[in-house]
Design a protein around this ligand. Structure first.
Ligand code: SAM
Length: 291
């Protein structure tokens, strides 16, 4: 199907009737805010840069408004939808695209592991893409989990709450720099993308949303090392306002903390939240070798 012969999306009213027939009421807990603006959905799919045959994971297709553009770009598309009332609607809408599969599952089996049905379908090697309008409730844990995969997606283009996008793309010194920023940037270089105002969704969310784009780093560490570093960043940055000496002493004991900070010439009175990623990496390495 070329761009010309792609049929126009049926009117929103047709989807709304199907949703009502399925007894559907949007759930805030599941972050069910559908992106009604077709131009915006097309633009986000193009941010993902999907090429024909590219494996692409979409979490929460809802009715399939973003999925259809990914499928139309030729993605080998896996959509994972938790809500059994929505999955059949997305499946119907994606019917003309044999490369698109919709499965019913919670994408997260635990806070830090993906569902087995998803894991077994992800490529073990080679490049792939993650593109989604992510439900707010899981965006942080899900993205941190993805960043720890042995073969993480090489490109990520996701729509999230603007505040989450800012945290993911922030740099040390920003008020938004924190454990999620450092953990995600251990795997990715991140930039802030287009802003999406509440009026483009049904129902309207209370806050602005934004796309972020993430590209795999060139100096990607092996998965065990990434996981270990991310855990260290979380431990260190959880008490962001405390001095480095205080937090590190609580984690590994006073003498080791002092030795490690001295070895790296780090000011013990600095706060953990001011450390850059290279400093965090160096400190994690120092703490590990000084046992
Ligand atoms: N992609 C659609 C769109 O852009 O219109 C819907 C996006 S809506 C923000 C989030 C979707 O994620 C909903 O369809 C919701 O049911 C689904 N969802 C929520 N939690 C989920 C989970 N843990 N696993 C899979 N899907 C989930």
């Amino acid at each position: 199907m070329s761009a010309q012969d792609r049929p126009d999306r049926p009117p929103w009213q047709a989807f709304k009737e199907a949703l009502e027939r399925a007894g559907f009421h949007p759930s805030r807990r599941l972050g069910q805010n559908f992106l009604l603006d077709d131009n915006m959905a097309r633009a986000i799919a193009s941010d993902a840069g999907v090429t024909p045959g590219r494996f692409t994971l979409e979490v929460g297709p809802g009715c399939g408004f973003l999925s259809v553009h990914l499928a139309h770009a030729g993605a080998r598309l896996l959509c994972v939808e938790i809500d059994p009332r929505l999955a059949p609607i997305a499946r119907d809408f994606l019917g003309p695209y044999p490369g698109a599969e919709v499965i019913e599952a919670d994408v997260l089996a635990t806070k830090s592991t993906l569902a087995p049905a998803v894991l077994e379908r992800l490529p073990e090697v080679g490049e792939w893409t993650l593109c989604a309008n992510l439900p707010y409730s899981i965006s942080g844990p899900f993205l941190a989990t993805v960043a720890q995969l042995p073969n993480p997606p090489s490109r990520v283009a996701c729509l999230v709450q603007k505040e989450v996008a800012e945290r993911l793309a922030s740099t040390p010194g920003d008020s938004t720099w924190g454990p999620l920023s450092a953990a995600f940037q251990e795997t990715y270089g991140v930039s802030l993308g287009r802003l999406v105002p509440p009026q483009l969704f049904w129902p309207r969310p209370k806050v602005d949303s934004a796309v972020f784009i993430a590209e795999l780093r060139d100096d990607l560490a092996p998965p065990e090392e990434r996981a270990r570093r991310m855990q260290f960043y979380r431990d260190l940055m959880q008490r962001r306002r405390k001095s480095l000496r205080r937090v590190l002493s609580d984690l590994i004991g006073g003498p080791r903390a002092t030795r490690s900070l001295e070895a790296l010439d780090l000011d013990p009175l600095r706060r953990a939240e001011t450390l850059t990623l290279p400093e965090l990496r160096a400190l994690e390495r120092e703490v590990r070798v000084d046992v």
